[in-house]
Design a protein around this ligand. Structure first.
Ligand SMILES: [Zn+2]
Length: 177
């Protein structure tokens, strides 16, 4: 595990001036005097899907870094112009070729990452259409039973999957969005 180095703003992305710490009323933040603007570092939102087929769950094998070759839940980063639900649907279709017919919010998980931190929003999908075909960031995709799941690339996905398993074992249904 590499040492965590927080993402930091050093120069203003608008005018290019060097940023200096200034108090925004709460704490010291990088500030551009020329633009009179503060810069904030926040977790980057991502969305993922736990797609079920009976007692099996769909995983994809990553074809890109980080963690190329390892498996994860289908998902990716939320674009500026879309909702987390739209991002989950888009990433699922891009990586596996299937279309979610329902999404139910499972929960969220935040982890430190190479970007600083990532906030993963997970949805359960038990109704979908299409044929599973790996594409874009995925080199393979398939359904796995609980006892033969592959090693997962991301701690957030491991934690969210554990939450999903715990809810299922306790018989707690997730509400539709
Ligand atoms: Zn500036």
């Amino acid at each position: 595990m590499s040492t965590f180095t927080p993402f930091a703003w050093n120069h203003c992305p608008i005018c290019g001036s060097k940023l200096d710490p200034a108090h925004d009323g709460q704490s010291d933040r990088p500030h551009c005097t020329a633009c009179n603007r503060f810069y904030y570092s926040n977790p980057t939102p991502a969305a993922c899907c736990i797609v079920t087929q009976g007692d099996e769950i769909l995983f994809v094998q990553r074809s890109v870094e980080p963690c190329k070759g390892l498996w994860c839940l289908p998902g990716g980063f939320v674009e500026l112009d879309e909702s987390p639900e739209d991002a989950a649907r888009r990433e699922l279709e891009e990586e596996t070729g299937i279309r979610a017919l329902d999404l139910r919010l499972l929960g969220t998980n935040a982890q430190k990452s190479r970007f600083g931190a990532v906030l993963v929003i997970a949805y359960a999908v038990d109704s979908w259409e299409g044929e599973v075909t790996a594409a874009t960031d995925a080199m393979d995709a398939g359904f796995f039973t609980k006892t033969n799941r592959p090693e997962l690339a991301f701690q957030a996905h491991r934690d969210l999957l554990a939450r999903f398993d715990a809810l299922g074992d306790a018989g707690h249904p997730l509400l539709p969005l």
